[in-house]
Design a protein around this ligand. Sequence first.
Ligand code: ADP
Ligand code: MG
Length: 253
Amino acid sequence: MEEILRVEHLHKKYDDLGVLEDVSLSVHKGEVIAIIGPSGCGKSTFLRCLNGLEDIQDGRVILHDEIINPCDDVKKLQKSREKIGMVFQSYDLFPHKTILQNVTLAPVKVQKRDKAEVEAEAMELLTRVGLESKKSNYPRQLSGGQKQRVAIVRALIMHPEILLLDEITAALDTEMVREVLEVVLSLAKEGRTMIIVTHELQFARAVADRVIFMDGGNIVEEGAPDEFFDHPRTERTRKFLDNERFTVTEQPS
Ligand code: ADP
Ligand code: MG
């Protein structure tokens, strides 16, 4: 499969704090990569470096044949951000705009697409995630799971080549986690290229073609999901997985 994105020897620091040290990764078209790892290990920072939301100290990020980070051409950066969609834990919807307006704003204003065409696509996507009846509502009138599905639609309508999902279910109650993960699973099935940071290990196993474990500023281990979860090769991965499983079984039933 065609390589879409390549990360070469990426180094990222916040002032004196080294967060990422020499991270390299290649992403192919249609591939779903799950990134797991302890809190604070740099997963969000890594995703943000991929679409140019963070500057980097060394290395580079290449989308197709273009270097998109480092990049000081604002127009080029804007273009590459459109190709790399991102969804966050916190939805970030505009509170004073309706769901339909939230979804159609960027394609009309930024991509200068035809409003009627964009609205038709927005309704198609909202229908797909079960929210067509909410088009005239405001974000505060929606549940967390519904808002997160809107945030996914808002990313999809830009026609990104890659979707980055950063712990998009972390703020949701169990029932809503499921409805959001089902949408992500359906995107994976239709061949979307995605990098998914998640604490949901079972979901990572089900959705991913490749699982990456990050710790201490680098990729410690990666592999096909079954191999990765059943036969972790490093002690650090084993410890992390044991700990996560323990945490899960400790929850009251
Ligand atoms: P993760 O997503 O894996 O939990 P983050 O990428 O959010 O980890 O954070 C990695 C490290 O970088 C943490 O030590 C965090 O405190 C630090 N960090 C994250 N964002 C910033 C920032 N904007 N300025 C300074 N330090 C930051
Ligand atoms: Mg994070």
